[in-house]
Design a protein around this ligand. Structure first.
Ligand code: SAM
Length: 372
């Protein structure tokens, strides 16, 4: 169903998220026991509805590391939830990138974990840039961006997304479990100074936590000619605990920004992900984006593959299904990786019936390892 907002098609609050609602503390808590670093995948499994007949893989999200210096409450249970062993080393990543390019992948996004914690991130970006991908982007929490923005730009990175959920320093510390807002703001300034244009901000909106900042963040971003984007919390990983109580739908977010926005249908950028954008009333060259990962999933047109930090090819963020291509990557064999890629893509859930991160399986995955 579409409407004047263009955003309120509401499979929202579907049964699954509501049933999963639990009253666990949202911030500050949960630092209890160290959990084993279990990042499972089911090799060749078919837990999700298959018979995938959608598009061929054209975009990839690569988790170059599952390490993160933040532990956002909707992503991780604590700072001590364990990391995966067996990460791919840079030569194996290079083989992987070549195989992805040869398989017809056109758009690459580096993510994690926190990709800027990878000690060789600049050379990884340079390797990808040398392969001539149409689009080369990176999603970061910006804690390391002040020192890395210029080198990344010089290495050939095209675009940057920065995750920032609040402009209040103490709230920021709570949501990220210890993150320093000032460093993130310095990182954003450095990225603008390095020449990145139209930087996109990702803000996960949580009722009762930061939903009073939607307008402030949008205006702040526009002042710097960035593109604020507001995300519904998804019932994936730790988000599964929060969605019932804290979900703010994109339709509601848009309504709260109504006085600043043109009355028009929200539209996506073709080939650039599920966000839908609306232009600002005061200057239509400014936009705001909304991502409806819970109220309206977007699997039918999904052409996205994911590669975990250990080299597992994953057809979907919301399941543990995947095909391990690490051996082929370490052996320097791109053709063999491509065969594994075909196997992985056959496991892609059928987007006509699959409801992405609102599926039961999503609450058990590690978004850090698969690559959010
Ligand atoms: N460390 C990087 C960063 O902070 O941008 C990249 C990894 S992070 C997992 C990627 C994005 O996933 C972030 O924008 C984060 O807010 C989003 N994310 C993680 N868990 C989520 C959830 N349960 N619902 C919605 N978005 C989520």
């Amino acid at each position: 169903m579409s409407s004047s907002t263009g955003l309120d098609s509401a499979r929202v609050g579907g049964d699954a998220p509501a049933q999963r609602r639990r009253s666990l503390p949202l911030v500050g808590g949960g630092e209890g026991g160290r959990r084993a670093a279990v990042i499972p995948y089911r090799d060749g499994a078919r837990g999700a509805p298959s018979a995938h007949a959608g598009p061929a893989p054209r975009s990839v999200r690569i988790s170059v590391t599952d390490r993160c210096d933040f532990a956002c409450t909707y992503c991780r249970p604590s700072r001590h939830d364990g990391y995966t062993d067996g990460r791919l080393m840079t030569p194996a990543w290079r083989t992987m990138f070549e195989a992805l390019r040869d398989a017809g992948i056109r758009r690459v996004r580096l993510t994690g974990g926190e990709p800027l914690l990878h000690p060789e991130i600049v050379s990884i970006v340079a390797s990808l840039a040398a392969l001539g991908f149409e689009d080369l982007a990176l999603t970061t929490n910006a804690s390391q961006l002040a020192r890395l923005a210029a080198p990344l730009r010089d290495a050939g990175l095209h675009r940057l997304n920065v995750s920032i959920d609040t402009l209040d320093p103490s709230r920021f510390r709570e949501v990220t479990r210890g993150g320093e807002l000032a460093r993130v703001l310095e990182g954003i300034d450095a990225a603008i100074a390095a020449g990145f244009s139209s930087i996109k901000l990702n803000t996960v909106v949580l009722r009762g936590v930061n939903d009073d900042e939607i307008e402030r963040i949008a205006l702040w971003a526009w002042e710097r000619r960035m593109v604020p984007r507001f995300l519904e919390v998804m019932p994936i990983a730790e988000g599964a605990r929060l969605v019932g109580e804290h979900l703010v739908t994109a339709a509601e977010m848009r309504a709260r920004l109504a006085e600043h926005l043109l009355q028009e249908e929200a539209i996506s950028d073709p080939g650039l992900g599920p966000a839908r954008y609306v232009r600002a009333r005061r200057d239509p060259s400014l936009r705001v984006g909304f991502i409806t990962g819970t109220s309206d999933t977007f699997c039918e047109s999904c052409d996205r593959l994911r590669v975990s930090s250990t080299g597992v090819l994953r057809p979907c963020l919301a399941t543990d299904d995947g095909v391990d291509a690490s051996r082929e990557a370490k052996a320097g064999d791109p053709a063999a990786i491509q065969r594994r890629l075909d196997e992985a893509w056959r496991l892609k859930p059928d987007g006509k019936v699959w409801k992405g991160c609102t599926e039961e399986t999503a609450s058990a995955v590690s978004i850090r390892a698969i690559g959010g």
